[in-house]
Write a protein of this length. Structure first.
Lengths: 316, 332
């Protein structure tokens, strides 16, 4: 990164803010796709690879550590009251009625629907705003590196900083305890994350394509829509999924900003299960499994997209 | 390769609340970077138009809340009536003179640093282990990422039951080896450790993922050459692996630290800040003061204090990321 520019060195070498020589030259010549292929490409070519025994042991320990707790939760979700206190690991006969009770007699099914809706809508808005900003910064040369840093800085602070002001803003605008209000808040909170993750992808859009479109007389808006958008579609799916998961997981803002049953999200409703006089651990676990199902399924289905979005967006 | 995090981090090393507006910077930045787009006024106008949502979000989520909180810290304020009566430094005296409040903020910083260190260490070890043991680790990687996708509230529910002294997973395991069941979450000594365990479990996979990606991007011929030269174990790590992953580790540590400061959901579900004050982290305390005690003035002082502590604790990692990035950009 040694492109001579008029800027001070510190800012001149910010690579994500504009496509430097490495960003342009480093792209695969095979095609214009912006998403770098999954790292397994490298893994496949690891000739002469000899597996380490210690590595295998540690990996398996890690695997057990990652999988046993969720499996335990599923197991507890099928236990009756007596079994959860008796210290059994697997119920003698699965109590499916825990799930029936949660699905039939609680707000949770509605709340899962609300959560999915809010997560998807807010992610779409964040994507639109974040893509626009990333395009403006990385392709049109708006904002210096420091300006981008300032724009991203709200993400560094814990959300509790913004919670009371947002509460009052939403109350003023009549959006408190409504789904549109929560969608708007999530969309704005995660816009910096989208911008940050998308910058490197936008910077990798080949300049030749954009120059060619310009020479053909395409307007800036047209270039973004017809050149940028199709090339960035895979990255948008990846980043959208990451942000959608964040939205679905969010608890602090949701518990503040949605008090009524018709706008509560799944994590909020799940936390309310402990309000019962004698909490039924089996039922709470079933509610937890139901709450976790949509994001886990979405992540598993789009696993490779997600990994590429995280690894190439968040570092390289 | 565009190296977003490090460069973003570097940019963030600039003081967060800059007095100059983004438009002024935009003009300046644009002038210095003519190589990209023809600097016609039409293009610049379009670029500025595209920035509107992001700037609006920055104002609504970042600037306005901070100004509002700064203002409220000098007033007697409630949720119903913010800015009710000028209070001077009363809120500051009350909030910062309260040993429990100061302890909560110190606790939060210690928690964030500890959880980050544990996650980075475990994620690094796991990435090195997986990289050294499997030629194609993608299936294993998929399974190891599972904790990332489970909502934190569910993770809280899960670990609350794991630590339940009456029939929880840990109690069963303790009984199997003949130990008494530990009441992890009901003792002031261990409750925060219990929450930290859940937090580390949830987010270690992110560190693992980023470090593994850096390891897999390492050219296999380099690795092979080093092995042929007799590099093994520690020398291989120091000479070949660490230089390749140092930037990714620094980036992962920064993300992890920022996330650790945000902890709220796990505390809310697992302990509600107790027993005593032992798990009352700053977010939880501010939440309680603002929404249970309705004392917005005091909550504002605590929020400012938290913001300052977060900035101070994060600054070294931001600087480290900036340096890692600079080193990498220098021509070899």
């Amino acid at each position: 990164m040694s492109a001579p520019t008029a800027l001070p060195v510190r800012e001149a070498s910010v690579p994500a803010a504009r496509p430097g020589p490495a960003a342009q030259a480093g792209r695969t010549p095979g095609g214009p796709s912006v998403v770098v292929r999954s790292p397994r490409r490298h893994a496949g070519s690891r000739a002469g690879f000899r597996p380490s025994v210690l590595g295998r042991v540690l990996s398996i320990v890690g695997l057990v550590g990652a999988l046993v707790p969720p499996l335990y939760l599923v197991s507890v979700s099928l236990m009756g009251r007596d079994e959860t206190v008796a210290g059994v690991l697997v119920p003698a006969s699965p109590r499916w009625e825990n799930y029936a009770t949660v699905l039939g007699d609680s707000e949770l099914p509605l709340a899962v629907g609300v959560s999915v809706l809010v997560a998807v809508l807010a992610a779409l808005i964040s994507l639109a705003g974040g893509l626009a900003a990333a395009w403006s910064i990385a392709r049109l040369g708006l904002l210096s590196g420091r300006g981008v840093g300032v724009l991203l800085s709200p993400w560094l602070l814990p959300p509790v900083v913004a919670v009371v002001p947002l509460f009052l803003l939403l109350r003023l605008s009549g959006l408190l305890n409504t789904i549109p209000g929560l969608v708007l808040v999530y969309a704005l909170v995660n816009l910096p994350v989208v911008l940050w993750l998308l910058l490197s992808f936008v910077a990798k859009v080949p300049s030749e394509l954009i120059e060619a479109a310009r020479l053909d007389g395409a307007g800036e808006w047209r270039i973004l829509r017809s050149v940028g958008l199709p090339l960035l579609a895979p990255a948008l799916v990846a980043v959208g999924l990451i942000v959608g998961l964040q939205n679905y997981h969010e608890f602090l803002l949701a518990t503040f900003l949605t008090q009524g049953p018709e706008s509560r999200t799944a994590p909020v409703v799940l936390s309310l299960f402990y309000g019962d006089r004698i909490p039924h651990v089996g039922r709470i676990a079933a509610a937890g499994v139901i709450t976790a199902l949509p994001p886990v399924l979405a992540a598993l289905l789009l696993q490779r997209r997600l990994v590429s979005g995280l690894t190439h967006g968040a570092s390289r | 390769m565009a190296d977003t995090l490090e460069s973003a981090a570097r940019r963030e090393a600039a003081p967060a609340a800059s007095p100059q507006g983004p438009t002024a910077r935009g003009r300046q930045g644009g002038r210095a970077r003519p190589a990209l787009a023809p600097g016609t006024s039409g293009v610049r106008r379009f670029g500025r138009f595209l920035l509107i949502p992001a700037v609006l979000g920055w104002l609504l989520i970042g600037v306005i809340p901070l100004l509002f909180i700064a203002a409220n810290s000098f007033f007697e304020s409630t949720l119903g009536k913010p800015l009710r009566r000028w209070a001077g430094l009363e809120n500051y005296q009350e909030a910062l003179g309260d040993p429990d409040a100061v302890a909560a903020i110190v606790r939060t910083a210690a928690y964030a640093v500890g959880v980050t260190a544990a996650s980075v260490a475990l994620g690094l070890i796991l990435a090195l282990a997986v990289h050294s043991a499997w030629r194609r680790p993608s299936a294993l990687r998929a399974a190891l990422l599972l904790p990332l996708f489970i909502p934190p509230v569910v993770v809280g529910v899960l670990f609350k039951q794991v630590f339940n002294p009456e029939g929880g997973l840990l109690a069963v395991l303790a009984k199997a080896v003949g130990l008494p069941a530990p009441g992890v979450l009901s003792s002031t000594d261990t409750a925060l450790l219990g929450i930290a365990a859940a937090d580390v479990w949830e987010w270690t996979p992110l560190v693992f993922l980023l470090v593994l990606a850096a390891l897999l991007a390492l050219d296999s011929s380099v690795l092979e050459a080093a092995r042929l030269d007799g590099a093994r174990g520690l020398s291989l790590f120091r000479g070949v692996l660490w230089p390749a992953i140092a930037a990714a580790v620094a980036a992962a540590a920064l993300i992890r630290l920022v996330l650790a400061f945000k902890v709220f959901d796990l505390v809310s579900v697992m302990t509600s800040g107790g027993p005593g004050q032992s798990t009352t982290v700053a977010s939880y305390l501010i939440h309680r003061v603002a929404l249970r005690e309705f004392d917005l003035g005091r909550a504002s002082v605590l929020t400012l204090a938290l913001a300052i502590v977060v900035t101070l604790v994060t600054a070294p990692l931001l600087a480290l990321n900036a340096r890692a990035n600079r080193l990498e950009e220098e021509p070899a």
